[in-house]
Design a protein around this ligand. Structure first.
Ligand code: ADP
Ligand code: ZN
Ligand code: ZN
Length: 742
């Protein structure tokens, strides 16, 4: 059978769709793969060019005898472009997407924005001749020329900023013309690299020195790289000083002439964190963040490729920085959800980092105070090397944590969001002039139903996850589609206080202000951070102690270091506990531990209150005792029992369509096709069921979950489904996406 390769020759973003088809000669058929670099004859003259294979097919797209043959393949990817191609091919095969989508993910966008130029006017004459010229100009009443020359002579560098000069001296470019012509002045253009933090002074560089605990981890990781080369997981309690560990590791990689990528959740990418890296590395560091324009991002990537920048810090997408000789990838707060892409291809940055590390011989270092269950499981299996930091820097104590049982509060008649004990503690801190953080554990999802008298939560009897309340008055499970009527009374205790949870940060702010009228309050949520720098402004103001109390959602608990905060109140710990998915227990433990960890990072010891309706839940118990191991043991046994990842691999097939009936049909066909393929009946297939948000902007959504211990089997199944969907025109109005949980 003939084999054809779609080859692209220009990998700039806009040209990705322009591929050319070539025949694969017999001798290359067994070797060729998507993502490889090939030599091809191109154009009328058959000039030899390098191209990249983006697809392989048995079907010729044009008349077969007009198709030319591939000359050769390059098996060793050497250029950075070829490496990124290979990575895109891997992403495509692992997560399910087109090669085009994968390429758009890994390649920087070459936006057609004008490069910013910095222009300067420079005096070409000696001071003496310029003085002569000035006298002459004055005599001839050339007022504009006089202004320029006087300004140039007054300037120490004998230069002026072009646009400033035009504005302030009130001259036009026409005035400059004769001066340029007579070689009195010149105008120089320098390309300016755009980028957020570029201007930061590196003058007052401070370097901390690592302590024994930090040095042990650094040595251990460098040793691991010299020997087995496994990914390294640092489990370090909050405040143990992981940042300095990262910085010294980076330093040692830079000394080898290599470059480093550091991933940080966008939300923690604050001035504060960034400043620490700048203080250590100066202008070798560059920051990518979502507020940069496309042009600015492209510049940053260009600087990395050319070696002017050696450390790239940023969220998920920084992973694709085209460093020529990548030595290390660090992922801080590796448990964060934001490392998982929610768009096609739905890749996980941790997995892609490990793959890139393998392909480019770069070491991968993961760090967290609350590692993901997935990573910790791998560390326990020996797939990752594990390093622990159990002490806070300078042996500062971890905060003392107290639990407040909200059921008792309700019984005592207190229905406010702030319990008695927390209110008392707040009063005390305000008197002492210490700072307080109040954390409302809330995400976009509402939906779950719980009893405020006894803590009962409505869960699916089959899947053991919270069910969510739908508009039509039913409780629905989003894994299997199980439905039941919503309750008027708690089935467990009969209380009428059963329902959804509704309070927001604004209500809390109001309440705090009425309880403590003299306190200065800052609120940080979606509303107050919508402005471009809103996020940073609030954190900076709090850091400068311009407020006593900071109220916020999850964005306030990630990675910030406020030494004067001695009290943290978690207002409703249960909110994330009842998220409608199997990771809710894990996420709750992580959030609570991170939140509690904000207290007492400075000299004064900290204290935290966790308010909850379910004080007995293991996630909450473990967060109170700050015992990761205890949490992990409980969680992994739940996952094993229910066959959730990492005990089993799990693939979701999401379907979306404006036509509800068509979608239902299509998803049913997919379900049936899966059972036809699964002859030995080894897969666990759940659904199709409505997604947790079953209709968004008039697009209906359904999902099928498939579980099996072997990830590779699910990947193979995905390949089959992709073929099936492509071949059946019935799916043309259904949008299908794959999503892997591992
Ligand atoms: P983590 O990220 O592990 O929660 P950080 O890296 O933010 O902790 O460190 C906590 C605090 O301890 C920071 O204020 C940091 O400046 C300080 N610190 C950590 N290690 C050192 C060190 N070796 N010398 C001086 N200060 C340190
Ligand atoms: Zn009840
Ligand atoms: Zn269910």
């Amino acid at each position: 059978m003939e084999l054809y390769a779609d080859v692209i020759v220009d990998i700039s973003h806009e040209k990705l769709d322009k591929s050319f088809q070539y025949r694969v000669p017999e001798r290359l058929k067994s070797k060729i793969q998507v993502g490889m670099t090939v030599k091809i004859p191109f154009g009328k003259t058959n000039r030899e060019m390098t191209g990249y294979v983006v697809n392989l097919t048995g079907q010729a797209s044009i008349c077969a005898d007009r198709i030319k043959e591939i000359l050769d393949i390059n098996e060793r990817a050497e250029s950075i472009e070829a490496k990124m191609m290979g990575l895109a091919a891997w992403i495509r095969s692992q997560y399910g997407s087109t090669m085009n989508q994968a390429l758009k993910t890994v390649l920087p966008v070459k936006a057609k924005v004008q490069e910013k130029q910095k222009k300067t006017i420079r005096l070409l004459l000696s001071a003496e001749s310029a003085q002569e010229y000035l006298t002459e100009a004055k005599r001839k009443h050339y007022a504009a020329r006089v202004r320029i020359l006087e300004a140039l002579l007054a300037s120490e560098s004998k230069t002026l900023d072009y646009s400033e000069a035009l504005r302030e001296l009130q001259i036009t470019s026409a005035t400059l013309k004769p001066l340029l012509k007579e070689h009195i002045v010149a105008v120089d253009c320098d390309r300016v690299y755009r980028g957020g933090f570029q201007q930061m002074e590196s003058a007052d560089r401070k370097r901390q020195t690592s302590n024994v605990q930090q040095r042990m981890v650094i040595e251990g990781i460098l040793e691991e790289f010299r020997t087995n080369g496994r990914p390294c997981l640092i489990h370090g309690v909050t405040g143990s000083g992981k940042t300095l560990v990262y910085m010294e590791l980076i330093q040692s990689v830079l000394e080898q002439g290599k470059q480093v990528i550091v991933l940080i959740p966008e939300i923690a990418l604050t001035y504060q964190t960034v400043r620490r890296f700048y203080e250590y590395f100066g202008n070798q560091v560059s920051i990518l963040h979502s507020r940069l324009s496309q042009g600015e991002r492209y510049d940053q990537m260009q600087q990395a490729r050319e070696g002017r920048v050696k450390v790239m810090i940023g969220p998920r997408s920084a992973l694709f920085t085209p460093f020529p000789d990548l030595g290390m990838i660090i992922i801080d707060e590796e448990h964060e959800n934001s490392y998982k892409s929610e768009n096609m291809p739905r890749y996980h940055a941790r997995e892609v980092a490990i793959q890139r590390g393998k392909m480019e011989r770069a070491q991968v270092v993961l760090g967290s105070a609350t590692p993901s269950v997935d990573s910790y499981c791998k560390a326990k299996n020996g797939e990752y090397a594990l390093f622990s930091m159990t002490q806070r820097y300078e042996n500062r104590p971890l905060p003392k944590v107290e639990i407040v049982d909200l059921r008792e509060e309700l019984k005592a008649g207190n229905r406010s969001m702030i319990s008695e004990p927390l209110a008392k503690a707040m009063q005390q801190r305000l008197q002492r002039g210490e700072q307080i953080m109040l954390f409302l554990n809330r995400r976009g999802y509402a939906g779950f139903v719980s009893c405020r008298s006894c803590g009962y939560v409505a869960k699916c009897p089959h899947c053991d996850v919270s069910m969510s309340l739908h508009n039509h008055g039913k409780l629905v499970c989003h894994y299997c589609g199980y439905e039941t009527n919503a309750y008027q009374q708690c089935p467990s205790c009969g209380s009428p206080y059963i329902g959804g949870f509704k309070a927001g940060t604004q209500q809390i702010e109001k309440m705090v202000k009425s309880m403590f009228p003299k306190s200065r309050v800052l609120r940080m949520d979606f509303d107050t951070t919508r402005k471009k720098e809103g996020h940073t402004e609030i954190l900076e103001a709090f850091n400068r102690r311009e407020a006593d109390i900071l109220i916020g959602t999850q964005m306030i608990v990630k990675g910030h270091d406020f030494p004067n905060v001695t009290l943290v109140g978690v207002l409703a710990a249960d909110l994330s506990l009842n998220d409608v998915d199997f990771r809710s227990g894990e996420r709750t433990f992580q959030l609570l531990t991170q939140a509690v960890g904000r207290a007492g990072r400075g000299a004064v010891p900290g204290e935290a209150f966790i308010q909850t309706y379910q004080p007995g839940h293991y996630s909450i118990q473990a967060a109170v005792s700050q015992d990761y191991e205890a949490f992990y043991e409980e969680e992994i046994s739940y996952r094993t029992l229910m066959k959730y990842p990492p005990a089993s691999a799990m693939m979701a097939v999401f379907g979306g369509s404006t036509d509800e009936q068509l979608l239902e049909q299509g998803m049913k066909y997919i379900g049936e096709y899966i059972s036809r393929l699964d002859k030995k009946n080894v897969l666990q297939v759940i659904g199709p069921a409505p997604e947790s948000v079953s209709r968004v902007q008039d697009i209906y959504r359904r999902v099928i979950y498939i579980k099996h211990e072997d990830r590779n089997l699910l990947t193979a199944l995905k390949d089959k489904l992709e073929e099936y969907i492509e071949m059946n025109s019935g799916f043309s109005n259904i949008h299908i996406q794959f999503d892997f949980h591992i």
